[in-house]
Design a protein around this ligand. Structure first.
Ligand code: ADP
Ligand code: MG
Ligand code: ZN
Length: 478
């Protein structure tokens, strides 16, 4: 089989739940969770005779997303009915946008292995989310929970510009980062507030694009990568055996590592789109769009430039920090307190990132604030604690955030910088390790490191390491 003869073509439809307080067409709360069918009203339950009213915030958030992704904002837009029968959609249609989406013709830049590439954004439109079917709890039956029905979504449709799983991951991360910066979605992938339909096809370069299949509702990078690999392999096998790829919607199953057919893909005409008669057209003035433009915050790209120029961070570190609004905000507020960008950078890149990884925590969930991180840096800078005690303080900040000064008092972690106390420890360690003294005198400098290590152990990391070094040297040279 000649896999390398094929080019892979990928386009994404990303759905992001907007973080408005209320739903798109009624005033029910959008809050995640809650007992089934408690965040509902006659409108989002689709009782006959009810009428939707468009939540203005939804338009504002979608326009923000459009501006932040270099889209043209439509002055004249509308909602359309997308008809389909499924029990999670009580109206039997979704209110979406068809031929006049709010935003079109945008692009964002992604980076993979140092290479930059523009990915086209075809459109961004607004629509309502469906309810949720619970299949598990009741013998054979399904129960519908409509808490999520009517939660506002934006759908961001990309051009088929992506070529492999790395580009897909980089693209999703960039979209996630932009939406976090402009504060229109909390983008929690695990809770499904950011999810992607991944469209994949293969063709031989020079020939027209192949038929695509669409893997619905993917919300983890690992699954997306595996699913793309599987699907590319599957499609190439079909073509190599002389078959035809069917256009269909697929479900990726993480356990078996395979895709399964959900249904033959509807074409647009199957949905019988028509203009939503219960809502008026969305007309936006120049002034309205200009006002939103003026509220846009600094975006990741520009923050990154500032970190490179003003704080001298490495490109790699600046990328990591600015990719997450929450890490970047933490950085900004911490350096205001301690005025030591290099140290804050190091804490974020090494220890904080490590703990986030180990505990699978998203940056948004970091429990302490920049003020506390800044104070931690100050305590190390002014010699109150060593950096190894600093690490223990950080662990405390993750567990039970409070003032670092209070933590070290409570725990008795103040650095020992009293010369006579340190001298005492030095003498004790030397006495217990005569071999190290001999080693040092024989030219083995490593012995000093060992002795300092023992002294740190003895003082549970509290001795001032600089003073330890000096006093050991003094004694060893006698
Ligand atoms: P639908 O709602 O029917 O899925 P959309 O136009 O909303 O259609 O989305 C189509 C998605 O599929 C876009 O992201 C587009 O980039 C992508 N796409 C279109 N053609 C191909 C193709 N041949 N291979 C892979 N992706 C494709
Ligand atoms: Mg689709
Ligand atoms: Zn409601």
């Amino acid at each position: 089989m000649s896999r390398s003869d094929y080019e892979v073509i990928i386009g994404l439809e990303i759905h992001a739940e907007l973080s408005t307080k209320t739903k798109i067409f009624c005033s029910c709360p959008t809050e995640f969770g809650g007992a089934p069918n408690t965040h509902v009203c006659p409108i989002c339950m689709a009782m006959p005779g009810t009428l939707p009213v468009l939540n203005e915030k939804v338009v504002e958030y979608a326009v923000k997303a459009g501006l932040a992704t270099n889209c043209k904002i439509s002055r004249d837009s509308k909602n359309d009915r997308k008809n389909y029968f499924y029990p999670d959609t009580p109206r039997a249609y979704q209110i979406s946008q068809y031929d006049k989406p709010l935003c079109e013709h945008g692009n964002i830049e992604i980076e993979t292995n140092g290479d930059k590439k523009k990915i086209g954004i075809t459109r961004i439109h607004i629509e309502d989310d469906a309810g949720k079917l619970n299949h598990d709890d009741f013998g054979g039956g399904s129960l519908v929970d409509l808490n999520r029905a009517g939660v506002p979504l934006i759908e961001i449709v990309s051009e088929p510009d992506l070529r492999n799983a790395e580009e897909v991951e980089s693209y999703i991360r960039k979209i996630k980062s932009i939406l976090e910066y402009i504060e229109v979605s909390d983008c929690k992938m695990q809770e499904g507030s950011l999810r992607a339909d991944v469209n994949v096809s293969v063709h031989k370069p020079g020939e027209p694009f192949g038929t695509r299949t669409e893997m619905k509702n993917m919300n983890s990078f690992r699954s997306i990568t595996r699913a793309i690999e599987y699907e590319v392999e599957r499609q190439i096998n079909i073509l190599e055996e002389g078959g035809k790829v069917e256009q269909e919607s697929l479900r990726w199953d993480d356990v078996s590592g395979k895709t399964f057919s959900m249904r033959n893909k509807e074409d647009a005409e199957d949905y019988r789109y028509f203009p939503e008669p219960d809502l008026v057209a969305i007309k936006l003035s120049e002034e309205y769009i200009e006002n939103i433009k003026n509220t846009l915050p600094e975006l990741p790209e520009s923050r990154k430039q500032r970190y490179l120029e003003k704080y001298n961070l490495s490109e790699k570190d600046a990328n990591i920090i600015t990719a997450s609004k929450y890490l970047s905000d933490l950085f900004e507020s911490a350096i205001k307190v301690c005025n030591n960008p290099k140290a804050v950078n190091n804490w974020i890149i090494s220890d904080i990132s490590r703990i986030l990884n180990e505990t699978e925590m998203e940056a948004i969930a970091i429990p302490f604030d920049g003020n506390q991180l800044g104070k931690l840096v100050i305590l190390i800078d002014n010699g109150t604690i060593s950096s190894s005690i600093g690490k223990k303080v950080l662990t405390e900040l993750f567990e039970k955030p409070r003032d670092p000064e209070q933590i070290i008092k409570e725990k008795g972690w103040i650095q020992i910088s009293d010369e006579s106390a340190i001298k005492e420890v030095v003498m004790k360690i030397l006495e217990a390790n005569p071999q190290s003294i001999t080693d040092f005198k024989a030219g083995k400098d490593r012995a000093l490191g060992f002795l300092v290590g023992q002294a740190m152990k003895e003082t549970k990391g509290q001795a001032n390491p600089k003073m330890l070094n000096e006093l050991f040297l003094e004694e060893l040279k006698k």
